[in-house]
Write a protein of this length. Structure first.
Length: 95
């Protein structure tokens, strides 16, 4: 688990872009987890199919992406798998 400040500064571990937190609704790429800190689960070595399955169970297929493609919206996000695996970040809460 990782706890971090959602300040919009720094870089995002998933895609290297500005750290915008989580686009929870999937409507935009803007941070919707406003607050001072966020707790997230970080799961390494996840296969592409398991990452997609986890996303589809938590966020639903509407916020999912195709297999082997980055998913940057919703409560589950991950970069495009490399070598068949990726690191998955799951939003838990903010305060």
């Amino acid at each position: 688990m990782r706890v971090f400040d959602i300040s919009g500064t720094g870089t995002n571990a998933v895609d290297g872009a500005a750290d915008t937190g989580f686009a929870l609704s999937g409507v935009s790429t803007q941070n919707e987890a406003t607050g001072s800190v966020c707790a997230e689960a970080v799961i390494s070595g996840v296969t592409a199919s398991d990452a997609k399955d986890l996303n589809d169970r938590i966020d639903g297929t509407a916020l999912g992406s195709a297999i082997n493609v980055a998913d940057l919206k919703g409560r589950v996000k991950y970069a495009a798998p490399s070598g068949g695996v990726t690191t998955v970040y799951v939003y838990l809460t903010h305060r």
